[in-house]
Design a protein around this ligand. Structure first.
Ligand code: NAP
Length: 554
């Protein structure tokens, strides 16, 4: 039987009147629960969140499906799926029983049904139920992806869905490329950490919707994001083919705050842009840029382990990058990418802002100040470099002494043994170690007696913002500069380079703070957009911002 329509699902109540509520977001909420009452609760939540469709994973049900209960008074279109074990499902019966359940779901009146490509011929079209032809591969992206896609195109289906596990970064690009050539509504995404960006970007590449979990505690597929994340961090309802793509490249990347702050900035300024976390393994930055060229990425934040290799991908280097051979930003130019370093100005600006004014009232400077840098990793190198460049007398100390000695020799500055750090006097102390970072929040790299008034203490750690060191320094009268301050300043500098506009700094800082604050201690943890709509203006934070790690692997 021919398809009635190829249009993506629309709830009947949204049929184009001026007074109709906001169009549903292009998200299919995946509901994978064992009990009917819990399914009902999540369906209501999906409707409250105004998503386009809810997928009921019938393979999760502990008892026989009661279609009367599942379909009674449904507040949004429902999709029936009965996934086999080899496709990541939990169905325990025989294949014959599974197909029977699919047919029963169609007859019972589900709006949509998901049928795997290899069995679609054996489940006939019936009534008004629309069909998704799907392919899942939890091991790899198949070599003959195009052959598979051709077959799926020929199937009697309204939407094509492909979800595969990438092994290489190029695999993600191969899957996303399908969206450029398809003639039918198609969702083509990758699973796992490496596939995270591919789940978000669907709408910008013309897909009718993307999938997300309604419940952050229960992610039915690796790397699946939550509805809250897609709505509040990524604003997927605004995506279209004109959306400009930005992102951060690194590994690991799942806990990066950068998508939260950049995306809220874009939204506040009404810029049609999307900032994505791209997990790119070490040594693969050039493969990523080459394979993802069709996305026309406009700018990238660069983090560990790509700061050095980013320099080699650029066609233009700002002088500081040429000098340090390390970049944290790539910005698209007519000839390729320009490499910049926004860490150094962010470090200097943060420290100078924390310095007390000179006795004559002029702003304090770093020149001739005595500074001690704790740590000898990547951030310690940037901090030491920035301080020396600003005229400070720097000493470096590190738990592993050889590394401190090596860095100090390279920077031509003093080295202090780790055991001697408490007795070393300084005007400025910068912690560039991970000591005190979540979850080790009760640790400090210094003793509280080392901090005193007149001193500036900076901690580069931003999770938590108020580390034990920062608390100790504050208690002893020192001026403090937090890692969040540094993070926001470097992100703001990137934002200016990306879009040529002044970022909404306070809002970016607030969303970052909210994302770092446990839900239990937040006063108002409603999603950002809800608050925005309630107050008629954009507001930060929310569930989406906090559950960004999303449980599973992304
Ligand atoms: P890295 O290269 O891995 O260096 C880590 C440093 O921390 C090393 O010197 C290490 O000493 C030291 N360290 C780790 N655990 C320690 C402990 N328990 N006690 C004493 N020293 C310890 O890391 P990185 O990239 O430089 O990052 C360092 C810090 O900067 C991290 O906390 C990170 O959160 C923060 N950061 C902040 C921003 C921002 O924008 N605010 C940006 C990036 C990073 P050993 O050599 O002895 O192992």
């Amino acid at each position: 039987m021919a398809a009635e329509s190829n249009n993506p699902p629309q709830p009947p109540s949204q049929a184009g009147t001026d007074t109709a509520p906001r169009k549903p977001d292009p998200i299919c909420a995946v509901i994978a629960r064992t009990r009917h009452d819990m399914i009902h609760a999540e369906v209501m939540e999906a409707a409250r969140r105004n998503v386009m469709l809810a997928e009921l994973r019938l393979d999760y049900l502990a008892k026989a499906a009661d279609f009367g209960r599942l379909l009674a008074d449904k507040p949004l279109p429902l999709l029936a799926t009965v996934r086999r074990r080899e496709d990541g499902g939990r169905f325990k019966g025989t294949e014959q029983e599974r197909r029977m359940l699919l047919r029963q779901a169609i007859v019972a009146g589900f709006d949509w049904v998901d049928i795997e490509e290899d069995i679609i011929q054996s489940v006939p079209r019936y009534g008004k139920t629309k069909r998704i032809v799907s392919y899942h591969n939890f091991k790899e992206v198949p070599d003959d992806l195009h052959g598979l896609f051709r077959r799926m195109h020929e199937a009697d289906a309204d939407i094509i869905k492909i979800a595969c596990m990438p092994r290489e970064i190029e695999d993600v690009a191969r899957v996303l490329d399908l969206l450029r050539f398809t003639k039918k509504p198609t969702i083509a995404l990758c699973m796992g950490d490496m596939g995270l960006a591919s789940r978000v970007i669907q709408g910008a590449l013309g897909a009718p919707f993307t999938y997300a979990a309604i419940n952050p505690e229960r992610l039915p597929a690796p790397g699946m994001l939550t509805v809250g994340q897609l709505q509040n961090i990524y604003g997927v309802r605004r995506l279209n083919k004109e959306t400009k793509i930005f992102g951060v490249v690194g590994d690991p990347i799942g806990h990066s705050l950068s998508p939260i702050v950049h995306n809220i900035g874009f939204r506040k300024l009404g810029i049609n842009a999307l900032y994505l976390p791209f997990k790119v393994p070490e040594g693969k930055l050039s493969n990523f840029l080459a394979s993802h060229s069709a996305l026309k990425i406009q700018g990238l934040s660069v983090t560990i382990p790509h700061k050095e290799s980013a320099v080699h991908q650029a066609t233009e280097l700002e002088p500081l990058v040429a000098q340090t051979q390390s970049a944290n930003t790539l910005v698209r130019t007519a000839s390729g990418f320009k490499a910049l370093n926004t860490d150094r100005p962010a470090i200097l600006d943060s420290l100078v802002a924390g310095l007390p004014a000179n006795p004559d009232g002029t702003p304090g400077t770093l020149n001739q100040k005595i500074a001690m840098v704790l740590g000898a990793g990547g951030v310690a190198r940037s901090v030491a470099h920035a301080l020396i460049g600003a005229g400070a007398f720097v000493s470096i100390t590190n738990r592993t002494d050889e590394k401190a000695q090596k860095l100090a020799a390279e920077m031509n500055c003093r080295h202090v043994e780790w055991g001697m750090r408490l007795g070393t006097l300084c005007d400025i102390l910068v912690n560039c170690t991970s000591c005190g970072m979540y979850p080790e929040v009760d640790e400090s790299p210094m003793h509280k007696s080392s901090c005193h008034s007149g001193m500036v203490v900076m901690d580069t750690i931003y999770n938590p913002e108020n580390t034990l060191l920062i608390k100790q320094a504050r208690e002893h009268g020192a001026t403090v500069v937090t890692g969040l301050d540094m993070f926001i300043r470097q992100a703001a500098a990137q934002f200016r380079e990306f879009v040529g506009q002044e970022p909404p700094l306070d809002l970016m800082r607030q969303v970052a703070k909210n994302a770092l604050t446990p839900i239990s201690v937040r006063k108002d943890n409603r999603p950002a957009e809800e608050k925005e709509e309630a107050k008629g203006k954009e507001e930060p934070g929310g569930e989406g911002a906090t559950d960004k790690a999303g449980g599973a692997s992304a």
